[in-house]
Design a protein around this ligand. Structure first.
Ligand SMILES: Cc1cc2nc3c(=O)[nH]c(=O)nc-3n(C[C@H](O)[C@H](O)[C@H](O)COP(=O)(O)OP(=O)(O)OC[C@H]3O[C@@H](n4cnc5c(N)ncnc54)[C@H](O)[C@@H]3O)c2cc1C
Length: 448
């Protein structure tokens, strides 16, 4: 049965939901179609046996998230995002070095030697001249398409091995030799030190659920094909076909490339180049709350081949685990994640928990339950090739089929997703109003 709609948003992650929210607020008729049985995408929370498990995103910041905070204020949620108030650390030589992304890091070292810290100051000063502050247009930076490894090459090797690599691999699943430095450095500068980092009361999916509540969202609706026609697009899902005047494809770029079968030739090169890194997370429910001097431990590749992050969720926010219980999340390294994507859950748990025993002694014996979460499309990889093509792609947006997602600006954080959703909504709104709904849609609507 065909259904007609003014605007169809495909994907109910925060990008799609932000787009739909803006359009509905402007009085547009909008429907959201989501493949999963829940909203939130990579910002989803599962509630299991009293534990609150953030399967994707972990935190936001007071700084660098202006679009997110504007939406949170509108939704009345801006008071429900407390500061984490704990430090991050780096594992080096058998122990935790505190101060990663913290002002005190220059004193404590955060895993870096004194000479490397001097180089860190040099590198930071140099950045001021290289225009890396535009997280929306990372290609505008004077760093050009230099990779993270190339950016760090003139400095002490600790800068790469104990700062840049653990951060890009642990937070984005990147390999520093494959991804461009400009989006990473722009993001880091924007979000500020860890003293500004916050997480939602009740789970990271709170904003997605609040955005979705008043909207017309159809879950368990995987869109198979989008075909653009003159002034409308045809969407095909499971046994259903519908036409929309505008479509916002708010799915990861590789999915957009696959479903949008007649994407315009000028958009295809960037869509093809916009690869994603996979992310695999294991959440371990524990019979007690292990103490730690940091809530998040980044593990450099030189220290572990398989684990890149150990996160103490109960220290991130006490509501993530029931009283007296602990929740620890392990993130697989970029080398290990592809191999674990299709492995059985118990093997993923064994590989990562065995390795993490070094960082959290007694971990395995304390596990009562576990949850494995895999993102085949974890984060936009921001390769130099993709970065080189981004500007042209962005300048051509605004067709019948538009896009939203963190990948549109190649900046791997939820603010980029929210921002892109709002921008896509503005482009849809800038097109002629609904009187231009194709006549066949208008006439069918009148008869239904
Ligand atoms: C492990 C991990 C940790 C992260 N940590 C942080 C963090 O701490 N802070 C931060 O700010 N950001 C973080 N991020 C990034 C953040 O989660 C993303 O930037 C943001 O959630 C992306 O939102 P999106 O709407 O662009 O995409 P998604 O959330 O991926 O939304 C796309 C939606 O489209 C749906 N979909 C896919 N295919 C189809 C189809 N064919 N038909 C219909 N629907 C479809 C998907 O199911 C999904 O719901 C993290 C990401 C990951 C993976």
């Amino acid at each position: 049965m065909g259904v007609d709609v003014d605007v169809a948003v495909i994907g109910a992650g925060v990008a799609g939901l932000a787009a739909a929210h803006e359009l509905a607020r402007a009085g547009r008729e909008v429907r959201v179609f989501e493949a999963a049985d829940h909203v939130g995408g990579r910002m989803t929370t599962r509630r299991v046996s009293g534990f609150v498990v953030d399967t994707g995103a972990e935190q936001i910041s007071t700084r660098g998230y202006p679009h997110t905070w504007e939406l949170l204020r509108r939704l009345g949620l801006d008071d429900a995002v407390p500061k984490i108030g704990r430090q991050l650390g780096v594992w080096r030589g058998g122990r935790v070095r505190r101060g990663l992304a913290h002002p005190l890091g220059m004193v404590t070292g955060a895993g870096m030697s004194v000479r490397a810290r001097v180089d860190f100051v040099r590198a930071t000063r140099g950045l001021a001249k290289r225009n890396v502050s535009d997280t929306e247009r990372p290609e505008a930076s004077r760093l050009g398409t230099a990779t993270v490894t190339e950016f760090a090459a003139p400095y002490h090797r600790d800068l790469l091995e104990y700062l840049c690599q653990p951060v890009v691999s642990g937070f984005f699943g990147w390999r520093p030799e494959h991804s461009a430095a400009a989006p990473f450095l722009g993001l880091l500068g924007a979000i500020g030190p860890s003293t500004a980092w916050r997480t939602y009361d009740g789970g990271m999916d709170v904003p997605a659920r609040a955005l979705a509540a008043p909207l017309d969202v159809t879950t368990s609706f995987p869109v198979r094909e989008v075909l653009a026609g003159p002034g409308f697009a045809r969407i095909t899902g499971d046994g259903t076909e519908l036409r929309a005047r505008s479509v916002v494809l708010a799915v990861p770029a590789p999915v957009a490339r696959q479903v949008y079968v007649n994407a315009p030739p000028h958009e295809r090169p960037f869509l093809d180049a916009c690869t994603f890194t996979p992310m695999v997370k294991v959440h371990l429910m524990l019979d007690h709350r292990p103490e730690s001097r940091v809530y998040l431990l980044a593990v450099p590749r030189s220290e572990s081949p398989s684990v890149s992050v150990v996160l103490f969720d109960h220290l991130k926010h006490p509501d993530r685990a029931p009283e007296g219980r602990g929740l620890v999340t392990l993130i697989a390294s970029p080398v290990m994640a592809p191999a674990l994507l299709d492995a059985p859950d118990d093997e993923v748990v064994r590989v990562l928990a065995d390795e993490a025993e070094r960082f959290v002694p007694g971990l395995r014996a304390a596990v009562t339950e576990s949850v494995v979460h895999r993102f085949r499309h974890g984060l936009p990889e921001a390769t130099p090739h993709a970065l080189a093509l981004r500007g042209e792609f962005a300048s051509g947006l605004g067709g019948v089929v538009d896009y939203a997602g963190d990948w549109v600006s190649l900046t791997p954080y939820s603010e980029a997703a929210v921002r892109s959703g709002r921008h896509a909504a503005a482009r849809v709104r800038a097109k002629p109003p609904s009187s231009t709904v194709p006549s066949d849609i208008r006439s069918r609507r009148q008869h239904t």
